[in-house]
Design a protein around this ligand. Structure first.
Ligand SMILES: *Cc1c(COP(=O)(O)O)cnc(C)c1O
Length: 403
């Protein structure tokens, strides 16, 4: 039996069984055709069955699908690391691959801790994070996160000791640094857009101030751009605007075709590991890191992203969302708390989660796959979506609130 994610297995609705998918469309066994309005957990940025990515994977399959990176290396992983070095801002040049976003977050936190341990400092053991943060479902990722809906299990251990979570407000940030700077090794954030916490959006000024304080107290700044990377906020990467010391990428990295992630460090971090001393090496090595199929897919995905000018597509997606949802804002529906739009993400937050009960089925019957959670109904569309398809999604959203 399949144990499905985030579900009470006893009471969950049966999932839709997919038999085919192409472009923005998912085709189900019962003959339904739905627009995927959330890009398979925000990853499928080019849509399904992209022929170029498919061919890149097939070509690599005919050579080899995977070899370990311990003692071996290969062209797809070398090319991807070189591409990321060129493509990413600043001196984010040292790329550690892993198989999922959560693991890549774990790696970033291990790097930050060891950055200090390698300097003989064992006192910098804490991490500053944000309220409502989500960094994945592994244990340290849960600890630096702050989302009771995902992380409540940790309360069994008692109050957490390794992380401090603050709201996205500059006074709280300054106070946290004043009080805790001597024990912090890193600050980790989902920059500008906190996804699983409820598509919460905050101002770039907060990140600029965080960068200043991290510099002042030599605390490493980690951007978890697993969700925000590859254009989702309307920036290619938020790291283009404020430069972190460590950048974490996942989800859209392979265009959503194969699970893969990367933790990319700058020179300052890497230098503290560079030594004659084996004890200063980074002791981490996921079995499937640098998988050749994943790297081939990622290279092709980035090539398409650049060539097809995805940033202008994302700008258009944002404009259409603003236009289409304006009517809902004007209606002043008492059930709606706030409508938030940023780049390729739009969210309608309601007061009562019950307001969204039954919406998934309603949308599916109208040709849209959506998956609201808690009090959040949102879109994270594939960037290849047409205006007509976007209008269709938002019409279904608006029709729900006419009921
Ligand atoms: C999805 C997500 C992760 C976890 O990635 P997985 O590949 O699911 O392990 C981590 N951080 C953020 C911000 C995410 O949205």
């Amino acid at each position: 039996m399949i144990w499905y994610p985030y579900e009470q297995m006893k009471t969950m609705n049966a999932p839709f069984k997919v038999v085919d998918a192409e472009g923005v469309y998912i085709y189900t066994e019962d003959g339904n055709k739905m627009i995927d309005s959330i890009s398979s957990w925000w990853s499928m940025i080019h849509g399904y069955k992209n022929p170029e990515i498919g061919d890149a994977i097939k070509t690599q399959v005919d050579k080899f699908s995977h070899v370990m990176l311990g003692g071996l290396t290969h062209e797809p992983v070398q090319k991807l690391a070189a591409k990321l070095k060129d493509w990413l801002p600043g001196d984010l040049d040292y790329c550690f691959f892993s198989d999922s976003g959560s693991v890549a977050v774990e790696v970033s936190l291990k790097m930050a801790l060891q950055y200090y341990v390698n300097q003989g400092d064992l006192t910098r053991t804490k991490v500053l994070g944000l309220k409502e943060a989500y960094h994945g479902d592994t244990f340290k990722a849960m600890e630096v996160g702050d989302d009771s809906d995902y992380h409540y299990i940790l309360s069994a251990y008692g109050p957490k000791t390794g992380a401090i979570n603050i709201p996205t407000e500059i006074p709280a940030l300054e106070e946290a640094f004043r009080e805790h700077h001597h024990e912090l090794n890193a600050m980790i954030v989902e920059p500008l857009l906190q996804g699983a916490g409820g598509m919460l959006m905050y101002d770039i000024e907060f990140l600029k101030r965080a960068r200043e304080l991290c510099d002042e107290y030599d605390v490493l700044l980690i951007f978890d751009e697993v969700a925000t990377g590859f254009g989702r906020t309307g920036n290619r990467f938020v790291a283009d605007v404020v430069l972190p010391d460590i950048l974490v990428l996942g989800k859209g990295l392979t265009g959503g075709y194969i699970g893969h992630a990367a933790t990319i460090a700058n020179h300052k971090v890497f230098d503290k590991f560079w030594s004659e001393d084996d004890g200063k090496a980074l002791m981490h090595g996921p079995t499937f890191m640098g998988n050749a199929l994943a790297c081939s897919a990622a290279l092709k995905s980035i090539e398409i992203f650049e060539r097809e000018d995805y940033m202008s597509k994302i700008k258009r997606i944002e404009e259409i969302a603003r236009r289409e949802l304006a009517e809902l804002t004007e209606r002043n529906d008492p059930r709606i708390k706030e409508i938030r739009i940023m780049g390729g993400c739009a969210c309608i937050e309601v007061y009562d989660p019950e307001t969204l009960a039954g919406f998934q089925k309603f949308a599916a019957e109208r040709g849209v796959f959506n998956r609201p959670f808690l009090s959040f109904m949102y879109t994270m569309v594939p960037y290849i979506i047409t205006e007509e398809e976007l209008v269709k999604i938002y019409t279904v959203f608006k029709d729900w609130f006419k009921l």
